[in-house]
Design a protein around this ligand. Structure first.
Ligand SMILES: Cc1cc2nc3c(=O)[nH]c(=O)nc-3n(C[C@H](O)[C@H](O)[C@H](O)COP(=O)(O)O)c2cc1C
Ligand SMILES: CC(C)CC(=O)C(=O)O
Length: 361
């Protein structure tokens, strides 16, 4: 007798990413859920990110005799078991008491890397010490005083981070109506892992009373800090060009998951323009609305070197701490692996513009 073939994953309580999303929502208070899930304004950009992914279909090749798929890649000298990074998300202890300690532990196990946030619950040193393989990039804002930036950059350098990830799309907090409706008060202790007080960082952002930084200022500070930097939050070719000219080691296409400028275009829509402007001089990474393995492979086909994920990782964290994040990463990896075979592509380098076409509906 043939025994049953099971299609579920015996390694985890969760067998789909949808289940993890639902479990996260069940776990969190509704106002924390809204803070996590929501975007700015009418949430047009939030929805546009998803629609842009769905606007592409694959062009699969069959009977190509390719080797079993290999998802591994190298980004800025960091080896990744798959072309995925964890996007920086602050206030992590709101989702789980272990916050980024749980995230970096799972990320290290999965053989990829995290972008550790400035506004997180645990210090950059703690995370680098506990999970040196995962804590490879440190995010900080192009905001506040030069001394604050140099202080954090120096700490990241001393703790062994490979590069800074500088967020350039948040000189002021986005107009987030779910938080306003909920009278949501963010517990600042969830954001003080790297600062004596959250006011240091959020004061200028909330007051909106300081001159906005320039590329020249960022370039000069990064040089003084002796650290390479990725520019996070680039959406148009002109800024991609400016970022490379300012010395960025990578351009990170992002609209902050639709949380900052509502009406900003979808990231996947902008990707080809940015790839053209960068002309292969530095890697291009992207985030915004990527929710499953097939989504990630579409971005790679359109020219991204890696895809970063924000909310999906936070869902895993809320649903099950370290194990929840591990389940998200494992599901993504296995779905991508199966999809690569269905596409007739053996390595991520084989994914190019011929792997996708505009979807007809
Ligand atoms: C709860 C939350 C907190 C975030 N905090 C930060 C932050 O401190 N710094 C930053 O650069 N981006 C932050 N982001 C934006 C993410 O880095 C990323 O750009 C975004 O989540 C990507 O979209 P996705 O959630 O659809 O994957 C945050 C996002 C979320 C959901
Ligand atoms: C730490 C948070 C206030 C950051 C956040 O919500 C964001 O950057 O989108």
């Amino acid at each position: 007798m043939v025994e049953a073939i099971t299609f579920h994953d015996a390694q985890s309580t969760f067998v789909t990413l949808g289940e993890i999303h639902a479990a996260a929502q069940r776990t969190l208070d509704s106002s924390v859920w809204d803070f996590l899930e929501g975007g700015a304004g009418a949430e047009w950009t939030l929805a546009a990110n998803r629609a842009a992914v769905d606007a592409w279909a694959f062009r699969p090749r069959v009977l190509r005799g390719t080797a079993p798929p290999d998802l591994s890649t190298t980004l800025l000298g960091v080896e990744l078991a798959m072309p995925v990074l964890v996007a920086p998300f602050g206030a992590d202890r709101l989702f789980h008491p272990e916050g980024h300690r749980a995230v970096t532990a799972a990320v290290q196990e999965a053989g990829i890397a995290s972008i550790v946030p400035e506004a997180g619950s645990f210090s950059l040193e703690t995370l680098a010490k506990e999970a040196p393989g995962a804590a490879r990039f440190f995010q900080l804002h192009a905001l506040g005083s030069d001394e604050m930036f140099l202080g954090l950059a120096g700490r990241a350098r001393d703790a062994g981070y490979a590069a800074l990830c500088v967020t350039v799309d948040s000189p002021v907090d986005g107009w987030r109506e779910r938080n306003k409706t909920n009278r949501f008060g963010l517990d600042t202790s969830a954001m003080e892992g790297n600062h004596d007080s959250a006011e240091e960082l959020f004061g200028p952002m909330l007051r909106n009373d300081e001159p906005v930084w320039t590329w020249a200022r960022l370039a000069a500070l990064a040089r003084r800090a002796g650290m390479p930097f990725l520019a996070k939050g680039v959406l148009v070719g002109e800024d991609a060009h400016e970022a490379v000219e300012a010395g960025a080691c990578a351009v990170y296409v992002s609209n902050h998951g639709g949380r900052q400028l509502d009406g900003a275009p979808a990231t996947l829509t902008q990707l080809p323009e940015i790839v053209r402007a960068v002309e292969g001089r530095v890697p291009v990474i992207i985030d915004g609305g990527f929710r499953r393995g097939t989504d990630i492979l579409k971005a790679l086909a359109l020219g991204a070197d890696a895809v970063t994920l924000g909310r999906p990782i936070a869902y895993g964290l809320a649903a099950g701490g370290r194990e929840g994040v591990a389940a998200v990463l494992d599901l993504l990896r296995r779905e991508m692996r199966a999809t690569m075979t269905l596409l007739g592509r053996a390595t991520v380098a084989d994914l190019g513009p011929t792997a996708v076409q505009k979807a007809e509906r």
